[in-house]
Design a protein around this ligand. Sequence first.
Ligand code: ADP
Ligand code: MG
Ligand code: MG
Length: 880
Amino acid sequence: MAKYVYMFYEGNANMRELLGGKGANLCEMTGLGLPVPRGFTVTTEACTRYYEDGEAIADDIAAEIAARLELLEKEIGKKFGNPAEPLLVSVRSGSRASMPGMMDTILNLGLNDEVVEGLSALTSNERFAYDSYRRFITMFSDVVMEIPKASFDKIFDAVKEENGAVYDTDLTAENLKEIVAKFKALYRERKSEDFPQDPRAQLMEAVKAVFRSWNNTRAIAYRRLNDIPGDWGTAVNVQEMVYGNMGNDSGTGVAFSRDPSTGENKLYGEFLMNAQGEDVVAGIRTPLPLDELKKINPTVHGEFSKYSKKLEEHYKDMQDMEFTIERGKLFMLQTRNGKRTAHAALKIAVDMVREGMLTENEAILKVDAKLLDSLLHPTFEPGALKAAVPVAKGLPASPGAATGKVYFEAKDAVEAHKQGEKFLILVRAETSPEDIEGMNVAQGILTSRGGMTSHAAVVARGMGTCCVAGCGEVSINEAEKFFIDKNGKKYFEGDYISLDGSTGNVYDGQIPTIDATLSGDFGTFMGWTDKVRRLRVRTNADTPHDAAVAVSYGAEGIGLCRTEHMFFEADRISAMREMIVSETEEQRRRALEKMLPMQRKDFEGIFEAMEGRPVTIRLLDPPLHEFLPQADADIEAISKELNISGEKLRMTIRDLHEINPMLGNRGCRLAIIFPEIPEVQTRAIIEAAVNVSRKGIKVLPEIMIPLVGDVKEYKFVRNTVKQTAEKVLKELGAELEYLIGTMVEIPRACLTADEIGKEAEFFSFGTNDLTQMAYGLSRDDAGKILDAYFDKKIYEYDPTSRIDVGGVGKLMEMAVKLGRGANKELHLGICGEHGGEPSSVIFCHNIGLDYVSCSPFRVPIARLAAAQAAIRDPGHHIEA
Ligand code: ADP
Ligand code: MG
Ligand code: MG
């Protein structure tokens, strides 16, 4: 029979799944002999049962709780509800993964009108007894009965004011009695019944409330942001109370075994005397720094330092601890691995290896890969950020912090930049290639439409520019150049806003930022990750500058160079447009001839920046509509250039219009319809490669054919590329090693990967399109749909940012097996946005890819995630 309740001495730290993090660690501390108030844990399985049983605690579980409570009473020698020797408990939630502040704790449970008198007599401390009771009534009413805490606080504050009390501690026993009477009256008024007096009923109601809180809005939102599955459930800890509110020899506090913001190896924390529970963090009185405890009670301070060391050594990680002092005696109430800034994480990892506490591989596993993002981007000043209230929230599309003046058109932003404006934020409904220059000069980008792989998101991540995308809470009027936030406030050109690309928050006004800096620890730590990982890490880069940035972050090659991105700049886009609207091969060749030297020069720059590392270049891919001229002036200019009438050109543009451009004339289809495009692009690549290798720099080009769904498409374009390449090499009298392969991004390519694999030299998974097509969900319009899906619990995460292992991942695995089965030499990588997301990188390791490729700023994340995957699972890869 399943066991649903464990005494603290029956469990240990390995039982996290069953007992939750808090419960498992309370058990572990008990086992280590630390002074932990006694208690028991109701398991996460009981929470799951609660939901299965229709939000009710079944009799067998209720009986088990009652039995364990009785045991606890015996062991402690106090009795629940007995005024002569009252046992009071706290009821604390705790899930497997730490979810700070997500679920509420109830303290001093077991009090009622009689017990409070008993407690008062027993301790000869009426003030303490009534202080505990008023706290209990507030917490129980708030958490269990949904009477907002604010209604109680109002009464509490009024009494304080009437009596000239500055601090809670200034209130007398009489004041507190009055407050309790008023609280009970409020309860009666709201609930039409008296405050519950039966401690056992109080306990069962509290346990149920903790189970319910697993599904409150805060908890659901937190889980989504932190990838915590909804079906885990929470445990409930029932623990004997110890009292920090018994007077000035008592108190409560929180502490970290090392400084969580700098990583310095020094006990860091805060405490308050004569206080309980959340007083320390609630900001009612200013807490004292932990060092002050040395003066107040050196013995307790010494003891706590000792426990802190002991726990750190035991868990081999920095600890975040909670403690209470009851009349000069120390009790440990919680420990867990502490959250820390990225800087602190690296310093602690490196220090602990130096101290001999961790091996390098253990240290690698301790650092959260996602954290590294914040190292490479500016962040807000923590104090200023705390004080700021978001006026809207969108998708955290590209990390970092930005503050600046709002501009609604790329050209206005560019103009302002020319005039010397340094802090700009580009605000658009969505961005398109024409906005590139504006995006380039902006510190931040805000869009109201589009998902995590929309144009704005992808381009911003590549540039390392902060971006909040798909922010439906703002409505943008591009024509009249203003936007409205969720509160109805209007912002015009030149008004300041601030964006947090790591959370998706939008703020009114300026919030000061701090520049990114890299410490020596970064280099040391990343060096360790390189020693153990099997996956190579490449980057997605379209310019020599991005390529060089990526190399400085450790990129070992380019996994995706998008040739069309080279044509976003104003002077180049016209040649591109000309090529697109050309009607004859001759016109098209003329336009392409203009593009050839530009492409060749770009490739030369990239090859040089990569210094011998492999470079995957994708042939022209995008839906053509992204490049069609729209402005009258552009149309005029192009019609002149092509020597046709403006009207004729407009007709051509209309003809080129597609209902469904994402599924239209793009990728290899373009190359098949207009073979002169891959011809010219191949020539540019090969000529550039030969030129650079003649300077003595090794070059390894890999030519990638996009959007292949049928091996015949691949063969057709491959032949054009191959023939051109050989022809060019012959002309130049040169020899060159190069590969031809394909981007795997259409489900049919995965299903027929054996056929394609026989012909291709490499596959690179284009998981942006693969996800879009596997789900049939547009990556540019997913935002609103995803919101609704999250709300309705249909999706728990966004498949455009994390690989959907169950579907898209299956397609990838199949392609790997079929492809390698047909061609042992087949080289495999991923170049979708997922290549820089830790859980997806781990998946790529597990299915045996050779490399991942991601935007430059995510390269360190991918290196770390790849190392973590290799350490956890050194042998794992799929045999063909
Ligand atoms: P959270 O998960 O939000 O930190 P906790 O369950 O840790 O919530 O409870 C918050 C605080 O309540 C603790 O830090 C501690 O100060 C206080 N507390 C909890 N249980 C007890 C107890 N048995 N005795 C005294 N104080 C307690
Ligand atoms: Mg806590
Ligand atoms: Mg694609």
